[in-house]
Design a protein around this ligand. Sequence first.
Ligand code: PGA
Length: 252
Amino acid sequence: MFIVGNWKMNQNLDSIESFFTNLSLKDSTCETWVSPQSLHVSTVIAKSSQAGKPFFVGGQNISEQDNGAFTGENSAESLQDLGAIFTLVGHSERRSLYKENHELLNKKTKQALSKNLTVIFCVGEQLEERKNGMTEAVLKNQLTEGLKDYPTDQLSQSRLIIAYEPVWAIGTGEVATTEQAQDAHHFIRKILMDDLGLQGDLTPILYGGSVKPSNAEGLLSQKDIDGALVGGASLKGEDFSQLAQIASKLMK
Ligand code: PGA
């Protein structure tokens, strides 16, 4: 069971300090991960020793390139040099605001895996797509294109996590019903196994989209939901601690 914070382009040194001051993970047994801005990875790793339990740090995006003349990009290797163990790939904000397409996301995924970073691969449908009954087709397309030719040497390494984040639920306060989320997760697991030949049973699938302490229990208690990718509610140490406590209580 995972609680993964996606801090997006938020937090500064003062708010990171207060996050850790207010974080209490004493009784939590779930995985606690966070992706700050890349510039803060070292600071967060240094502070994470205050968490009282392993607290893993990752990036929000990487370049698909090794290194070279790509001004403004961050390489997987530099992220790893700082001590990051994972990166998000394909967050809906990357897909929509930065026009990252399937082909690019496929390259980024392979690049991260080749540098031994775990990938949290994000998928999710837009509101219009859900209304038009296209949710499953969209998810299938995002998964089969984004994870196409998944490197076979990585199959046994368990370095893949999927995050299902319906776009209409991200940062909107609107959350998928437990049934909508469970159905999508079940479908994703099936695609991983049947269409991609991946270890669907062993691949954690996280739900994301307006998760907060008040709605986490219902979502996390669903059979195919293995944790949450949390934006807004992950910024404060108190909320993050509560989410970790709820997830730990539900460890299956
Ligand atoms: P939210 O963001 O929890 O603020 O909706 C989730 C995400 O974008 O990963």
